[in-house]
Ligand binder design. Structure first.
Ligand SMILES: NC(=O)c1ccno1
Length: 250
């Protein structure tokens, strides 16, 4: 997978050089390129924003620099062998970014992120590029950030961990909270590791029993308990038939 990010704060994306995403880049599983939008602002102040038509607070990011930046980024990507780009626009007014979205984006060969600052990007930019590629306007939550760069970090990590070979144990994301399947839409339950006792607190006996079926059922029940407590809305969506199938497997 190739990822291009156009931003006025390239340094904000430094975390993409470490941990899971950094290792995936070093292993050649992920090709991430970050571009400074101000490189396409031609006045002496490198201006990228202006006052909104119709009045109102704040500033809007201008079409000029974004159009030149995206044209150049796409041209370079195609020349370097990338194909089938998808534009990903982090915005509080986007569709909720979920595990399902992460799975969908992880199947794309090329993501181009356009994190905005201020009141957002002139809407003609996404309209223009929507004529050339899929555009996903995504929100990582019902709150407003100072800019979309933090959302790019979140989306990139959620997507990168689903790429083949990135997670050591392929089963890891199959058991994730929200992973599709019989535990679909349930939160992960409690987890434990050594030592067996810590400050007088032990481990649930079932986890020491060696009985895989009982462990699986206990984990399913704990996932359900946590989901009821933290996200009752997800319980209503859970597929009871999937539980029956899972019960039969245990
Ligand atoms: N909630 C969000 O995804 C967001 C992106 C930029 N500002 O807020």
């Amino acid at each position: 997978m190739r990822i291009d990010v156009v931003t006025i704060f390239p340094e904000y994306l430094e975390p993409l050089n470490v941990s899971l995403v950094g290792k995936a880049r070093a292993a050649g599983r992920l090709d991430v390129r970050v571009h400074d939008l101000r490189g396409w602002a031609h006045d002496r102040h490198n201006t990228v924003d202006d006052t909104p038509y119709g009045g109102g607070p704040g500033m809007v990011m201008m079409t000029g620099p974004w159009g030149e930046a995206l044209d150049q980024t796409l041209a370079d990507g195609y020349e370097q062998g990338a194909h089938d780009p998808v534009l990903v626009v982090p915005t509080p007014s986007g569709r909720p970014f979920t595990q399902e979205t992460a799975v969908e984006l992880s199947r794309c060969p090329w993501l181009v992120f356009t994190p905005a600052r201020y009141e957002g990007i002139d809407s003609r930019v996404t309209a223009e590029y929507a004529t050339r590629m899929p555009v996903h306007e995504v929100s990582i939550g019902d709150y407003v950030l100072a800019g979309g760069e933090a959302a790019v970090l979140v989306v990139t990590e959620a997507v990168a961990r689903l790429l083949p070979g990135v997670l050591g144990n392929a089963q890891s994301h199959a058991d994730d909270s929200f992973a599709p399947g019989a535990m679909a839409d349930l939160l992960e339950g409690p987890v434990y590791t050594k030592p067996p006792t810590w400050r007088g607190r032990g481990i649930p006996d079932v986890l020491l029993s060696g009985h895989h079926g009982k462990v699986a059922r206990w984990r399913r029940d704990e996932a359900l308990r946590r989901t009821v407590a933290h996200r009752p809305d997800l319980v209503e969506r859970a597929d009871p038939a999937a539980f029956d199938r899972k019960d039969r497997e245990m």
